[in-house]
Design a protein around this ligand. Sequence first.
Ligand code: ATP
Length: 326
Amino acid sequence: MITLDSVTKVYADRGKHVTAVDGVSLTVDSGEIFGILGRSGAGKTTLLRCLNLLERPTSGTITVDGVELVSMSRRDLRTARQRIGTVFQHFNLMSSRTAAENIEFPLEVTGVGRAERRQRVTELLELVGLSDRGGNYPSELSGGQKQRVGIARALAGRPSVLLSDEATSALDPATTEQILDLFKQINEATGVTVVLITHEAEVVRRICDSAALMESGRFVEQGPLLQLVGDPDSRLAEILLPTGDHDLSIPGRHLTLAFADERAIEPSLSRLSRDLGVEVSILGGTLERVAGHQVGRLRVVYQPGQASDDAVIGYLRERGVTVTAA
Ligand SMILES: Nc1ncnc2c1ncn2[C@@H]1O[C@H](COP(=O)(O)OP(=O)(O)OP(=O)(O)O)[C@@H](O)[C@H]1O
């Protein structure tokens, strides 16, 4: 489990103070995949660098598996850091070493014996689907294969936490999907907790259990994904499952609806028309699989007069649809 309590990082930049991370508190449960979504400059990289203690926060505490990291001595920190593996956007592989030797490197540094290292590298190459590529140099590998090596190297020391710093941002969409699925597969197979930062909604949609939206150094929303997408007012939900731009001048009552699982396919709207005699038009929305569940968000408009607003909203809520009036 990872806990951040009021973590702030202030940089001094040419006489000015830049607050890159501003009082972020966060709990990530063991075995969870947690995504931090934000635009460029939101403070994601700084937060991730605080998490693996490459940066010391200006204030606040960071606890990983019950151990508080910020107050640790440099020496203790070196050991504690072995519990945390990091995967980088640009892979950061050593070009003069083969894939197997890159994966082996952190084990050499921590003094693991040769036979054990070789055994572990073989296991890791298999885990990331590169058993036949161990002898290749990075220049002989595709971007996706390089990132597989990066992931294997991050896992070499059996960390309890895997951090991903925009790990798929340099990859094409198809390779991105494969690498995200690999993160999920590794998370399920090993139980490693994953924290990823990204500016891509697809990354969060595809594999995260929980997520936060970061802006100007702060978390403006966070929670389990399924809970967030069920909240019609959630900004993160609107990014993940957009309902589109709407013309509020269209006459009628405008509603935003959110629903999950069997309710996503249950024809609640057609039943509403049949049972209450209300005609409903869909203005926009998205139906998607999120966090392994079928979820949907829709923007609809109906004509008042045929049934009361309370009757319409009550009818939908009784069927498990979350409703807000626009
Ligand atoms: N070493 C530094 N010194 C001064 N300011 C910094 C430093 N590192 C980051 N910043 C500033 O902190 C803010 C957050 O930057 P950060 O790189 O963490 O954001 P980000 O969300 O990761 O963006 P990107 O995806 O573009 O890297 C920015 O205003 C940035 O200019």
